[in-house]
Write a protein that binds this ligand. Structure first.
Ligand code: PMP
Length: 350
């Protein structure tokens, strides 16, 4: 008997590379190419540093209240955490605690199967169809819970609210998590459905559309009872996760709605321009409504393009995985960055 027999063994999630060198065009982790709201600077300048002596507000009330107001829900229907990864991990631990398999797509956010393994949750993946669309009927069968991103990642494919309502209504005995990390780039949120369904948990993040990946803020909105259960687990694990400056900065970001709309609008415009250019160069892709495109080329191999781009300091994401090994996920950067990408690809494909 060795101590190693008692080890919880997991195959960890592999995040996109964070290059240590300067001057790269970084289109590999769906970050926002613009800085966060300038209001952030004011918050930091005005902050009373003496406050750091004290533990943060474990209810993060300031941020929760602002989010509740923004999304027209009650503060009791809001849960916040250290990025949506933290919120999702807590939700998996809280709601997927039965013997039945949870369901999620085969091509999706690659953290889901990692959490399922970590928390020993039985799971089944449901294959997307040939156009990378979710087959709704797969989620109308008995299950122990459901988690689906909308738009899906890394495909960028968006489904409408009715599509989700049918799944949520058909599964009153399990919690359905809709991961809306990318919904602000052209989707419609399922948040209003929380008043009708107590089994819906909607998860969003400040990492993409609010340009705050480095601050680590995510949140969930759901029925009060769901949120209470989520808090019970969180406060049994680590109460003080969100720090005082970040709580203040998050609230200021939500209040600066004009800036949020401005940067999201710019990204959507650049995305649509990039689609036209990549189509012209012979790439094909599903019509992404996220801040990235998931593309493949009929002649050039994705892996070769990935390596050639990297050698030229342009980072995109490639997975050596079944069904998607000939695809690249390209985050939308500034106009200038996307022009450089397109111009490189133009030369490369000649
Ligand atoms: N959900 C999806 C679908 C994502 O792509 C990501 C980003 N990797 C996350 C959740 C987590 O983002 P964060 O923890 O930065 O909020």
């Amino acid at each position: 008997m060795s101590w190693e027999e008692n080890v919880r063994r997991v195959e960890p999630y592999v995040a996109g590379e964070q290059p240590k060198i300067q001057d790269v065009i970084k289109l590999n982790t769906n970050e926002c190419p613009y800085p966060p709201s300038p209001k952030m600077k004011e918050v930091l300048e005005k902050m009373d540093y003496g406050k750091l002596r004290l533990y943060p507000d474990m209810d993060a009330k300031k941020l929760v209240d602002v989010l509740a107001d923004y999304y027209h829900v009650k503060p009791e229907q809001v849960f916040v955490g250290v990025g949506s990864d933290d919120v999702l991990a807590m939700a998996f631990m809280t709601f997927f605690n039965g013997d039945r398999q949870i369901l999620f797509p085969d091509i999706t956010y690659s953290f889901y199967d990692v959490w399922a393994q970590l928390f020993r949750i039985p799971y089944k993946v449901c294959a997307l169809d040939g156009d990378f669309c979710i087959k709704k009927e797969d989620y109308l069968t008995p299950n122990g819970g459901i988690v689906i991103p909308n738009p899906n990642a890394p495909t960028g494919v968006l489904e409408d609210v009715d599509f989700f309502e049918e799944i949520i209504a058909a599964n009153p005995d399990s919690v359905v998590i809709v991961d809306e990390a990318y919904v602000d780039f052209g989707g419609v949120s399922t948040i209003p459905l929380i008043c009708k369904y107590d089994n819906l948990l909607v998860v969003q993040t400040f990492s993409k559309s609010r340009a705050m990946a480095g601050a680590r803020i995510g949140f969930a909105i759901g029925d009060e009872k769901l949120i209470r259960y989520l808090k019970d687990v969180k406060f049994s694990y680590n109460s003080y996760t969100m720090n005082t400056p970040v709580i203040e900065m998050g609230a200021a970001a939500v209040l600066d709605d004009a800036y949020f709309k401005e940067i999201v609008g710019k990204i959507v415009k650049t995305r649509e321009w990039t689609k036209e250019q990549l189509k012209r160069l012979g790439f094909s892709f599903a019509d992404s409504k996220a801040n990235f495109l998931f593309v493949s080329h009929k002649k050039a191999s994705a892996k070769d393009i990935f390596l050639a781009l990297k050698a030229n300091n342009i980072y995109v994401r490639h997975w050596d995985k079944k069904r998607i090994s000939n695809y690249l996920r390209i985050s939308i950067g500034t106009d200038e960055q996307m022009e450089k990408l397109v111009s490189f690809l133009e030369d490369y494909l000649k």
